[in-house]
Every structure is written in structure tokens, then in C-alpha cells.
Design a protein around this ligand. Structure first.
Ligand code: CA
Length: 461
């Protein structure tokens, strides 16, 4: 059948950084499946995680709205949900629109968008953060935004002992498969692709979203067979970035160990991703499925002496974004400056459902640009942060990535600091060029302010 609406397979491992794609020649990682996939895909070289932490990314991905509008400004847990920081039932999400458009939809893996369920307290045996903060939760069907197939959990970093609530399961009925979460989630995804258990309506197109937790910490929870490749790799090979500083690992031994583990998880994610692609091929779904591989944010992994995310540096802010749709999207690199809120309207545009993009959406539908049609291209992509992680140290930042610069305004109380990196001349972002480039700072500030006013960010008032 021709003109059949395309399926979507959207895979986004947690904390998988842009540099950890073997074909780029940055990190010394083995990613043969992603390398081959990229060779037949559109590879976006300037995709960003607009607010590079878990819950805000996920909320932007699903709503097409910036954090101050969708209300998910920091990570979701029992403390922040008391302030209303969670995905609202009433907000129209990508999946709500695709349900209206007649899609079967599955969600597999980490969700991390809900307040702790009121009944969860009495039920859960953990894990809890400092001060008894609850991170994980059960998502009742009313909060699943019309994903009709569900194999998910809230937030729980146990890669060898993950748990899931499945489609019809009640709060007390979670499953614990006792294997590496990426492998288990891929098994479930492959079954969904094959429709092995009647998970989806074969007459409808499907949209399947897969959110692996690795290569996120705890880094050591990675199958030993993926580590073998990196075991003898010395630190100077592992840590090949000029901005690397081992201090965050408390020494070189810890640095080498952690990087081996992170890269091993990357190789494991790659291997499992390959299984999903083969399942598509074997089911004859290759041609009519839009496949996206991206991440919610990156990982500093020792760059600038930091680990984790939430920073404007390339290792945290920029993400992989590889999209394949045979015969429709041209192969090759594309330097489109695409931000997280643009993903929802762009996916709707690619599926031919641009007319259903809700009025509240702030992101832009870049489907025409990706399809090679005439469209005005952005000259910058926003960076947005409100305190660190789910806590907050009082530091707020707004910034932009352009094709040449990374520009950030940082505020703490009355203090304001300007950060400017020339990413061409200084690709490892070792220098702050703000003081020496007053005119450039002024023009980038104007561009940033125009973007903030466009999305009605109170910062720009
Ligand atoms: Ca994350």
C-alpha cells in the first residue's frame, strides 16, 4: 500500500553524549550499528538538549513547550512535585496527538515525569535519595498520555535489577526481570515491532518510544562482555579530549575505570539498537518507519573536571540526533540547529500531521527542512537552565548555540556573568572570549533576548 502513514521508532538512551558515536572519531567507542545506521540517515550535527537534565528534556520532547510553560523546570521527585513540577494530565502531548491521528503507541523504559503516586509511599521499599526524597513512581493509565502499550517506571537507576509496570498492571504488580535493562527493554521493543503478542493494532501505524537508562550512572552496572574491548585501553586513549581533567574521578585510575564502563555501556546500547533495526528489516518495516536515535543530554565524563550534565559545554548540551526514513530523508550531515521543543512538532510534520500541532506548542516544525524543502533555518538554538538538577544552587542560565559560538548569560542573585566560546577556534571550549569581543557579545545577547521574548520567558522582561 502506498502513502501509508509512517511508523516512528524513537530511541533515546539517558546521558548518551554526542561524542560517543564511533563514526565521529571523538570518543574511542565501538558503535558499529550506529555507524552503519548513520551512513543511511540524516545526521544532525547541531542538535541540542535545550535543558540538559532528565525530566525537563522529557517534558519538552512530549509537549513541544519550554520548561516555564509546561511546568517541568527541574527533575521530578517528591520535593519538586510538591511545587507542581510534573507533567500535567491536561497538557496535550505528542502521544495524545498521535492517538487522535490513529496511531498505536508504546512507551518502554524510564518515564520520570510524574509526582510520586499517593499510594506509593506505603508500597515502595525504595530507593530514596537524601532526606527520604522519592524519585520513582507508578504511572497510572490516566497519566500515560494515550500510550496504549506501557512497559515503564519512573526513575530508578538499577541497571541489573530494573523493574517495570506493564500495560494493565496495578501499583503492586511490577515485574523484575533481573537482567541488564537495555537488553530487557530491547526484547520488549522487538516483540512490539514484530507484534509478537498482539501489543498493537496491525492495521494502524505505530509509534514506539524507548528510553534506556544506561549509559547513565551507576556506570559500573554494565555487562562484563562489553567491558572486554576497553579493558586494556590506557587513560590517554580513553580521555582524548583536550579539556579532560581527572579530578572529578579522584585520580587517573578512577577516571580510566569509569570511562571504560561508560564506553562499554555505549557499546551495549549500540548492540541492542542493532537488534531493533534488524527486527524492522525482518518485518518489512524498514522503508516505512522513521527511526530516531538521540539522547536526553550528554555526559561531561571528565571534561572541564566535571561529570554529569546540566552545563552549556558541548559534552552536556549537544546530543546525537540521527534520523532515518529511507527514500524520504536524504543521507548525510545537516547542521540544523534543532532544540528539544522542536522535536514534537517536527515528528508530527514528518508523519503528515502538521495540521494537528496544538496551538500551545512553542517549538518549530522543521520537517520541511529535513525533507529538503524550502524553510527558514534558525541561526541559534536555546540553552535554558534553572538551578542544578532537581535541587538548585541559585544559578540560572540562558544561552544559545550558533554555528560558531556558544554564548551563555549566567545569573546568581544580582551577579551576572557572560560566557562566550568560539567553537571553531576553540573546540574544547577552554577559553572565555567574552571580554575580548564586546560587539559580538552584544549581538549574541540581542539574538538570545529575541528568542526568549518569542517564547515569553520571564527572563527577557
Ligand atoms: Ca537523564
Amino acid at each position: 500500500m502506498t502513502n501509508k502513514r509512517p511508523n516512528i521508532l524513537f530511541v533515546f538512551p539517558d546521558q548518551y553524549r554526542l561524542q560517543a558515536l564511533g563514526f565521529r572519531g571523538d570518543d574511542p567507542v565501538h558503535t558499529p550499528n550506529l555507524d552503519a545506521f548513520a551512513a543511511e540517515s540524516r545526521v544532525l550535527t547541531h542538535a541540542v538538549s535545550t535543558r540538559p537534565v532528565c525530566s525537563p528534556y522529557r517534558a519538552m520532547l512530549l509537549t513541544g513547550q519550554y520548561p516555564h510553560q509546561n511546568g517541568v523546570v527541574v527533575n521530578c521527585n517528591s520535593n519538586t512535585s510538591a511545587l507542581g513540577n510534573y507533567l500535567k494530565e491536561s497538557t496535550v502531548c505528542l502521544s495524545d496527538v498521535l492517538a487522535e491521528a490513529g496511531y498505536s503507541q508504546g512507551y518502554i523504559g524510564k518515564w520520570h515525569l510524574d509526582p510520586p503516586n499517593p499510594d506509593h509511599n506505603a508500597y515502595t521499599e525504595g530507593p530514596r535519595g537524601s532526606g527520604g526524597v522519592i524519585w520513582d513512581t507508578y504511572t497510572p493509565p490516566s497519566r500515560r498520555h494515550q500510550f496504549d502499550f506501557w512497559h515503564s517506571y519512573g526513575c530508578c537507576d538499577r541497571h541489573f535489577n530494573p523493574h517495570y509496570w506493564t500495560t494493565g498492571a496495578a501499583l503492586h504488580e511490577r515485574i523484575e526481570p533481573q537482567e541488564w535493562s537495555v537488553k530487557h527493554e530491547t526484547d520488549v521493543a522487538v516483540d512490539y515491532i514484530r507484534n509478537a503478542n498482539g501489543e498493537r493494532d496491525p492495521e494502524k501505524p505505530f509509534s514506539l518510544v524507548i528510553s534506556h537508562n544506561p549509559p547513565h550512572p551507576p556506570y559500573q552496572q554494565v555487562p562484563p562482555r562489553y567491558l572486554e574491548r576497553y579493558e586494556d585501553m590506557p587513560l590517554e586513549t580513553l580521555a582524548n579530549r583536550a579539556n579532560f581533567d581527572a579530578q572529578t574521578f579522584r585520580g587517573e585510575e578512577g577516571a580510566a575505570r569509569t570511562m571504560r564502563q561508560y564506553f562499554a555501556a555505549v557499546t551495549g546500547v549500540d548492540e541492542q539498537f542493532g537488534r531493533m533495526l534488524r527486527a524492522l528489516d525482518e518485518e518489512g518495516l524498514r522503508e516505512n518507519t522513521i527511526v530516531v536515535f538521540t539522547a536526553d543530554h550528554g555526559d561531561m565524563m571528565g571534561s572541564h573536571g566535571r561529570i554529569g550534565k546540566d552545563l552549556w559545554y558541548a559534552e552536556s548540551f549537544r546530543v546525537p540526533f540521527i534520523v532515518r526514513w529511507p527514500g524520504r530523508l536524504a543521507e548525510g550531515e545537516d547542521d540544523l540547529l534543532i532544540g528539544t521543543p522542536d522535536l514534537m512538532p517536527t515528528l508530527l510534520g514528518l508523519t503528515g500531521e502538521a495540521g494537528r500541532i496544538p496551538d500551545e506548542v512553542q517549538g518549530i516544525n522543521y520537517a520541511p527542512a529535513l525533507l529538503g524543502e524550502e524553510q527558514a533555518r534558525p541561526t541559534s538554538a536555546l540553552y535554558w537552565t534553572a538551578g542544578a538538577g532537581g535541587g538548585g544552587n541559585g544559578v540560572q542560565r540562558r544561552g544559545i548555540l550558533t554555528h560558531r559560538h556558544t554564548f551563555v548569560v549566567q545569573r546568581k542573585g544580582e551577579e551576572e556573568q557572560i560566557i562566550l566560546h568560539d567553537d571553531n577556534a576553540d573546540p574544547y571550549q577552554l577559553r572565555n572570549a567574552a571580554d575580548a569581543n564586546a560587539d559580538l557579545v552584544e549581538s549574541l545577547r540581542t539574538e538570545l533576548w529575541e528568542q526568549l521574548q518569542e517564547i515569553e520567558d520571564p527572563w527577557a522582561v
